[in-house]
Design a protein around this ligand. Structure first.
Ligand code: PRP
Length: 183
């Protein structure tokens, strides 16, 4: 679905499908240039990263291996606990591999900060992060992110993998959710 199907639920459309696809092509181009001549394993963080992974991988004119992790971001249900638990681990041995973790958003930074150290401890050749969105104002943990699509304000955004109570993930655009939906 696109923004017109849920326009009453959105304050605005932050990025249209066309803008997102252009940004994905730009990120894919940078990855292709930086990993030219090297094997590349991209690791998607379920579930939000499904759309970015699918589009990013297909935007590349080269082979790219894909694997997935699922983590429960916060043990106690609050964003401040910082507890991360692996629900689904990689199927791939990443030692000696060039790895790029792909996610759709970095909010507090807790998930990606934890994930980066976890994967780094497995002895890869390199680990970098690629995220479509980042909220600098929400950051609680420093995360070294090499590939960022856009920095956005600290607002509730949905679409292109981002959900509110498991809805809106299949929205092709990215929009700011109207307060009446979640209040
Ligand atoms: C989102 C997103 C990141 C994480 C970022 O996942 O995909 O993994 O939150 O937040 P942080 O920077 O505050 O740690 P979420 O936990 O919502 O799960 P989902 O991907 O299944 O929607």
């Amino acid at each position: 679905m696109d923004a017109s199907h849920v326009e009453d639920d959105l304050v605005n459309v932050l990025f249209t499908e066309a803008q997102i696809q252009e940004k994905i092509r730009e990120l894919a181009g940078r990855l292709e240039a930086d990993y030219a001549g090297q094997e590349l394993l991209v690791v998607g963080v379920l579930r939000g990263a499904v759309m970015v992974m699918a589009d990013l991988a297909r935007a590349m004119s080269r082979h790219v291996e894909m694997d997935w992790m699922a983590v429960s971001s916060y043990g106690s249900g609050t964003k401040s606990s910082g507890v991360v638990r692996i629900l689904k681990d990689l199927d791939t041995d990443i030692s000696g591999r060039h790895v790029v973790i792909v996610d759709e958003i970095i909010d507090s930074g807790l998930t990606l900060s934890w994930l980066t150290s976890n994967l780094t401890s497995r002895g890869p050749a390199s680990v970098e992060i690629c995220t479509l969105l980042r909220k600098p104002e929400a950051l609680q943990m420093p995360v070294d992110v090499k590939y960022v699509g856009w920095d956005i304000p600290n607002e509730f955004v949905v679409g292109y993998g981002l959900d509110y109570r498991e809805r809106y993930r299949n929205l092709r655009d990215i929009g700011t959710l109207a307060p009446h939906v979640y209040s």
